[in-house]
Design a protein around this ligand. Structure first.
Ligand code: SF4
Length: 320
């Protein structure tokens, strides 16, 4: 039997604005195996970041989680007190954000920022926290941590700042790391270094990861399982190799075609027709139906369920 670090079932997250309810996560089911990377893929506004913030219980008002369960290490995170959740957030689940410059405090030395986390969450003395911060800086690839400790974020490159954020995220040895587009702001070479570093850290600390990205190429190299998100729902979930060998959902096929199917004789990228719908104006039935070339009458009226096809493959589409 598979061992999961997190099991999310039927999760709903909504924003309540005046008399309007905008549901940003709708009936989400997602599990992550221990020691594995789950890649959550989707375009902007598909609900990827809202999924991460829901797990952390950091949905900003007027939003809130309106239904479902999030089991993490045997506890339903949605029934914990704020204090219990704070402990989990710092100690058991670490998070790395897309833009390290905004996630770090610009007027505090980077070493101090790592130490602060260790003092707050692990109760270490200042001296012990400093010692461990140096060690963490070394672990994420700085070869002169005693000098780096006293630097400010603006004195580092984008890749170095991301390394500092990784050091903070892993400082308390979390069992789950959530990385929200951690390499989007970086150049390709730095991105490769950061991905390699994350893999090493995961293996060394036996961590699991929820990796959020819009980049299918990264997931092809980096992920174990992939979930394709659209309009607050997962439309397809599969082991990475199976997914790239044979994507099933029409939206997944469109995404893959738009990136990988450019033959030498083709002058233009294939694009999926139409636009991602606004969450406040979602169509009836299958949320992808206005853009789907296989649309049937039924698709316009009823939303398909998330169906288990076996062998780790799940799909939300009437074709299967
Ligand atoms: Fe297309 Fe219908 Fe499948 Fe939706 S349910 S993806 S509209 S075939």
């Amino acid at each position: 039997m598979k061992d999961y670090i997190i099991e999310i079932s039927n999760l709903y997250t909504s924003f309540f604005i005046d008399s309007q309810v905008i549901t940003v996560i709708s009936g989400l089911d997602l599990v992550i195996e221990k020691g594995k990377v789950f890649g959550l893929i989707g375009e902007s506004g598909s609900g990827k970041t809202m999924t991460a913030l829901s797990i952390m219980r950091l949905i900003p008002p007027p939003g809130k989680i309106s239904g479902g369960k999030i089991f993490f290490e045997g506890k339903n995170l949605l029934s914990l007190t704020d204090k219990e959740m704070e402990d989990i957030r710092g100690n058991r689940i670490g998070m790395i954000f897309q833009e390290p410059m905004t996630a770090l405090n610009p007027v505090i030395q980077i070493g101090e920022q790592i130490s602060e986390t260790l003092m707050v969450h692990k109760g270490l003395s200042r001296a012990k926290a400093k010692e461990q911060s140096m060690e963490l800086l070394r672990k994420v690839g700085f070869d002169n941590p005693d000098k780096r400790y006293y630097q400010y974020p603006h004195q580092l490159s984008g890749g170095q700042r991301q390394r500092v954020l990784i050091a903070i995220a892993i400082s308390c040895n979390p069992s789950l790391l959530i990385a929200d587009e951690p390499t989007t702001a970086l150049d390709v070479a730095t991105e490769a270094h950061i991905l390699l570093l994350l893999k090493e850290i995961m293996a060394h600390h036996n961590m699991s990861m929820l990796f959020i990205t819009h980049n299918l190429n990264i997931m092809k190299r980096f992920g174990d399982t992939i979930g394709i998100m659209y309009a607050g729902r997962i439309l397809e979930e599969a082991p990475v190799d199976d997914f790239f060998h044979e994507p099933l959902h029409p939206y997944s096929r469109g995404l893959i075609d738009s990136i990988f199917a450019l033959r030498p004789d083709e002058k233009r990228l294939k694009v999926i027709p139409g636009f991602v719908p606004r969450l406040s104006e979602l169509p009836e039935g299958c949320k992808f139906h206005p853009r789907c070339v296989y649309v049937m009458d039924r698709c316009k009226k009823e939303e398909p369920e998330f169906k288990n096809l076996g062998n780790g493959r799940w799909i939300r589409c009437y074709l299967f």
